[in-house]
Every structure is written in structure tokens, then in C-alpha cells.
Design a protein. Structure first.
Length: 450
């Protein structure tokens, strides 16, 4: 498989250098500029880091040594690459950091070489990636469709082969949705498993988590092992899987998830159909909306941003956040704790859950209108595109999207969830599922491996 692991192996074997791999990524970025995957690119930074990587002794090299890498324009940050959250107004307020934060220290220790930022929707508040003032990110499989959001630029960059792996964040499906839209693997880790320091700017009351999108489960597993905190995991193997379909998803989506369940059964897993997650998922989305409103109100307030600085929908969401009473926020924190407990009980009779990511395929480019001013309608639209994905965020569960065939000539992804700490156990299941399927024929090869 053409992925970050194979690119790193080619570099280690001397088939190409880190510098050659970086030049290939830069060339691919220029050639595929029409996809809108990149918010910013720094060629000199990338070339300098690749030159340093080639000079590093073999003994000190990480598993992804010399592999070009892109940061998301939202969330954790790397040296020289300040994320602006898709907001032009932040460009004059944020200087490029002089050092990596904790997550990017771990990424770079693994050998990854950040050289740019990927496109996101403004403040991450859409399931497409179309920042104001910039071109929309487009799905490499069909440019009329979005690669999803908010890690849509990252997913488009990996699916188009600009890079083999890219940074992603997930506060309500923002890693899993783009992974499902583009035939990629994306893990939302368990709460507390990924470093968020030193400032914890993307904590969002505990619902957000960060890692990567990649073409293979093995890449995601390697990235997770490279950056995970020492927190204890759940080492119970997953043998019993509950299939949770949803009447809020299309018949085709539910049928494809049923096929994935049947495939897992042939691989030796014990399958049982369980109740829909809809009621719990809707409650999770309701709680996540409170976090987004308060978080954006805080963000705009700290930066002194007003109605003239952001899109109408962003300002309207922040206004609702400012209007929330403290008691409502406190009550939401208690409800999140209760829902976390109830979600943990889902695994009393099963070890893992298989369920949909998307209701009915990727959204079209332009599906989310930034000129609208109804926050509830925006959040309802996001929830309708990807029902129940916020449950894993609010409850702190590990959840990943793994590709499973095609639907309507676009890649299809199914979701695997486990109890808190079972990140590596669900990766085990996903790796078996991916290995049992014919590999996807991506529209482009990975730069450097062509």
C-alpha cells in the first residue's frame, strides 16, 4: 500500500531522500492547487527540514523519518506555522510560534516534517471546508463534492497524494467525516490520550481530540503510538461487536454498514444488532452545541473580533454563546458527565460498536452557507450530515472511520467505536477489516512513491 509507512521505508532503504520526498510533495501541491486543500505552504521551511532529516544519523530516526506532513489550520501548532482557524481576521493577530507545542514535538520526534497548513472552515464550524476569502477544498474523487470538514483540507491533501498523512482534529466528527468522504482512516482518540499542552487551546471542555488522517490503519496506529500520553488504555480485545444502524441514515448507508458487519462476522467477530444510537447521539450534539457557542464567544472576545471581522454565522453563534447563563453552562458540564457514564454502559454486552459516519455520502461544495444567521439551523445541518458522531466526543470514546468499499462512485467509510481507552483495540479491528477488502484506487499516487 502507498502510505506514510511505505514512504518512510523507501527513505530508510535509500530509494529516495527526505529532500526528494519533500520536493515531490511541493510539486504535487502546486499541480493540485485547484483542490483548495492548502491554506498555506512554506517551501523553504519544508526543504530545510528535509535537508536536516537527511543529515540525521540512522540511530536517532523515528518511524516516519523524512515523511512530509501538513498541519491543520486549526488546533495544535508547529514551529513556524500559526493556525488561523480559516479566519482572515486572525492573520494580523497571530505570529508564527517559535517552537512546537506538545503534540507537534511528538509528531516531529516520529520523523514527520511539517511544511504547511490545510484548509478548514472558519473556526471549524461546518462539515465542508470553505474558508472566507479562500477557495473551497474539493474532494479529489469528485470535485463537485466536499472533502468534508473541518479537517477537509487535510483529507483532500492525503487523498490527492500531496502528502501521505496529515494532522486532523475532531470536536464533533471533524476527523471521521473527512476520512469517510475520502476513503481514509481517521481516529478520534479517547479523551486524555493525546497531549494538548502547553496551552490546551483546543480542549473545548474535553470534547476535542487530535491525531491524523491517513490512507492506512497502520499509519494511524503508528501515529497514535508516537504521540499518546502515558494514560492507561483498555487492553480488553474486541470480539463482540454491536451493529447500530440508524433510521436517520439512508437505506444505502445502512445496507453498506450491514455488509461491513457481515464481513467482520466472516473474520470471526461475534455480531449482534443493537438499538440505534440516535437518542443518545442527539443529546450529545445538543451538548456539543453549547460548547461550540461558548468556545467561539470566548475566542472572539479574547481577540476583539466583531461582526465586521467574521462571517454572519460565526458572529451569530458567538452572540448566542455570550447570552448563555453561567448556570446553563454548569448544567451542561453535569449532563456531559452523565452521558459519558451512560455511553460507557453501551459496552456492557458488546466490546465495540459498528455504526455509520455519514447519513448519505459527502455534502456538495457550497452546502453550508456562511451568510446565514441561524445557529440552530447550522448545527442541525451538521448533525443531519453525520448523525451521532458527537457522541464519541462528548463521552470521550475512541472512534474511527475506516474505508469500506464505494457508494455512488465515492469512497464509503464505516465507524468503529469502543470504550474509553480502547483505541488500539478498535485499530486492531479496523486493520483486519481494511486488509480484508480490495485496496482503494486513489485518484493520485502518494508524492514520492509514484
Amino acid at each position: 500500500m502507498d502510505d506514510a509507512t511505505s514512504l518512510a521505508a523507501a527513505i530508510a532503504a535509500g530509494h529516495l531522500t527526505s529532500l526528494e520526498a519533500m520536493r515531490a510533495s511541493l510539486a504535487a501541491a502546486e499541480a493540485r492547487n485547484d483542490l483548495g486543500a492548502l491554506a498555506r505552504i512554506e517551501p523553504e521551511l519544508g526543504l530545510a527540514r528535509a535537508t536536516d532529516a537527511d543529515a540525521q544519523p540512522m540511530a536517532g530516526r523515528g518511524l516516519f523519518h523524512g515523511v512530509p506532513f501538513l498541519a491543520k489550520d486549526l488546533g495544535s501548532y508547529g514551529q513556524g506555522l500559526a493556525p488561523l482557524a480559516g479566519s482572515p481576521a486572525l492573520a494580523s493577530r497571530y505570529a508564527d510560534p517559535e517552537e512546537d507545542d506538545d503534540l507537534f514535538q511528538a509528531f516531529r520526534a516520529s520523523g514527520l516534517l511539517p511544511f504547511g497548513l490545510t484548509t478548514v472552515p472558519e473556526f471549524g464550524l461546518a462539515l465542508t471546508s470553505e474558508p472566507p476569502g479562500g477557495p473551497p477544498a474539493r474532494n479529489p474523487w469528485n470535485v463537485d463534492f466536499s472533502p468534508g470538514g473541518s479537517s477537509g483540507g487535510a483529507a483532500a491533501a492525503v487523498a490527492s497524494g500531496i502528502v501521505s498523512i496529515a494532522h486532523a482534529t475532531d470536536a464533533a466528527g471533524s476527523t471521521r467525516v473527512p476520512a469517510a468522504c475520502n476513503g481514509l482512516v481517521g481516529l478520534k482518540p479517547s479523551r486524555g490520550r493525546i497531549p494538548g499542552g502547553p496551552h490546551f487551546n483546543n480542549h473545548l471542555m474535553g470534547i476535542a481530540a487530535e491525531l491524523v488522517v491517513a490512507r492506512s490503519v497502520r499509519d494511524v496506529r503508528t501515529a497514535f503510538k508516537a504521540v499518546k500520553t502515558p494514560a492507561a488504555g483498555n487492553d480488553r480485545p474486541i470480539k463482540r461487536i454491536g451493529l447500530a444502524l440508524s433510521p436517520r441514515c439512508s437505506n444505502a448507508t445502512n445496507a453498506q454498514n450491514q455488509k461491513a458487519a457481515e464481513q467482520l462476522s466472516t473474520l470471526g467477530y461475534e455480531l449482534t444488532e443493537i438499538s440505534s444510537l440516535d437518542a443518545m447521539g442527539l443529546e450529545a450534539h445538543k451538548l456539543a452545541r453549547i460548547v461550540f457557542r461558548v468556545g467561539l464567544a470566548n475566542w472572539l472576545g479574547m481577540e476583539g473580533l466583531g461582526a465586521d471581522d467574521v462571517t454572519p454565522i460565526a458572529f451569530a453563534i458567538a452572540e448566542e454563546g455570550r447570552a448563555l447563563e453561567p448556570m446553563a453552562i454548569y448544567t451542561a458540564s453535569k449532563e456531559m458527565a452523565r452521558l459519558t457514564h451512560e455511553a460507557g454502559m453501551l459496552f456492557d454486552d458488546v466490546d465495540g460498536i459498528l455504526c455509520p459516519v455519514l447519513a448519505d455520502g459527502p455534502p456538495k461544495v457550497g452546502a453550508f452557507d456562511p451568510t446565514k444567521t441561524d445557529p440552530e439551523a447550522r448545527f442541525d445541518q451538521m448533525e443531519a450530515v453525520a448523525p451521532n458522531v458527537a457522541l464519541a466526543n462528548v463521552a470521550g470514546l475512541p472512534a474511527l472511520s475506516v474505508p469500506f468499499g464505494m457508494m455512488d462512485n465515492l469512497p464509503f467509510g464505516v465507524q468503529l467505536m469502543g470504550p474509553q481507552g480502547a483505541d488500539e483495540a478498535i485499530l486492531d479491528v479496523a486493520q483486519e477489516l481494511q486488509a480484508s477488502q480490495p485496496p482503494l484506487s486513489f485518484p493520485y499516487p502518494v508524492a514520492g512513491l509514484s
